[in-house]
Design a protein around this ligand. Structure first.
Ligand SMILES: Cc1cc2nc3c(=O)[nH]c(=O)nc-3n(C[C@H](O)[C@H](O)[C@H](O)COP(=O)(O)OP(=O)(O)OC[C@H]3O[C@@H](n4cnc5c(N)ncnc54)[C@H](O)[C@@H]3O)c2cc1C
Length: 291
């Protein structure tokens, strides 16, 4: 299991995000996808966490299963709905199981529990500090190129992102479609004295209505001209082709501009990520211990 900051120091990474499935069928789908995706020399796989522990056991199980494949894996962890002691327990359990990486997030309340108590830690930065106290982790945080949806204004949002990234080892962004949004974030953070590597998150759209719903929840936007292209597509296959072309062109542009890697929102499927990866001349540094 390699620390992600060490991977980033060696050159551009190529990684994916998956989520813990709710059903046995979903597990089979994820396993089948990973059988294919692990052929891509993945630098690491990150696994989402349902805020408030709604996926706690499933996240840990999926993390263990992916680690057993010899892949570097990074659990996501959220402040929301947890006491400080619970978070210490989760971090210690991951560390004792040999994990070296964690993505420290605030988290959003789950839709079926919107009033979930916020927990002892108020901000993701507090979880970064807690992970440092527990020790042994390369700590990543979320970055929001288009601004966090609840932030009152761009300037204070950038200052808070800078403050958090200054103490983290790396950031991973929300997905976005305009390279300028990422490049402006990186420039703004540099102007605030922060040069922590920020890995852009890209999504090969396979279902544009679903992606639009994700975007609405996360403060990302699908540019209207792109939405028009998707809407004009003859069928679902053409939507996928456009989605892969757009993600590939964006990934290429970001790497050309010096992005430290690419993190693909794989949505537990293999095909779109495989096609994007195949089109990019990227020799990602992978875990040297991986089989
Ligand atoms: C790559 C990635 C992965 C994610 N994975 C998950 C997941 O697995 N599970 C999940 O539930 N959610 C996940 N999220 C969503 C994330 O939890 C939400 O976007 C959440 O609303 C904010 O999380 P954060 O970690 O950026 O929070 P924070 O950094 O705490 O920021 C939250 C808000 O507080 C503001 N803020 C920060 N510091 C201050 C301050 N000092 N004073 C005033 N305001 C401040 C920020 O501007 C922002 O508006 C992910 C997001 C990304 C980008």
């Amino acid at each position: 299991m390699t620390a992600i900051d060490a991977q980033l120091a060696r050159g551009p990474t190529f990684s994916i995000e998956v989520f813990p499935p709710k059903t046995e069928r979903g597990r089979d789908t994820l396993r089948a996808a990973l059988d294919r995706l692990e052929q891509l020399d993945l630098s690491f796989v990150s696994v989402t966490y349902g805020a408030g522990g709604s996926t706690r056991d499933r996240t840990q199980e999926v993390v263990d299963e992916i680690g057993a494949r010899g892949l570097t894996v990074m659990p996501h962890l959220t402040c929301i709905g947890h006491s400080r002691q619970e978070l210490v327990g989760l971090l210690q359990a991951y560390r004792d199981a040999g994990q070296r990486n964690v993505l420290a997030l605030h988290g959003d309340p789950p839709r079926d529990n919107p009033d979930l108590a916020s927990g002892d830690l108020q901000r993701a930065i507090d979880l970064v500090h807690l992970a440092r106290e527990v020790g042994g982790f390369s700590v990543g945080v979320a970055a929001h190129p288009e601004g966090h949806p609840k932030a009152p204004d761009r300037a204070s949002d950038r200052r808070h992102q800078a403050e958090k990234l200054r103490v983290a080892d790396f950031g991973i962004t929300q997905f976005f479609f305009r390279a300028e949004d990422y490049l402006t974030l990186v420039d703004d953070l540099a102007a605030l004295g922060v040069d922590t590597p920020i890995i852009p998150g890209i999504i090969p759209v396979t279902d544009h209505r679903q992606t639009a719903r994700f975007a609405e929840l996360s403060g990302a936007s699908i540019p209207p001209e792109l939405m028009e292209r998707f809407d004009a597509a003859a069928d679902a296959e053409e939507v996928k082709r456009i989605g892969i072309d757009v993600a590939t062109a964006l990934g290429q542009r970001l790497l050309d501009a010096g992005a430290p890697g690419l993190h693909v929102y794989a949505l537990n499927r293999a095909e779109a990520t495989e096609q994007v990866r195949a089109a990019l001349p990227l020799d990602a540094p992978r875990d040297p211990q991986a089989g």
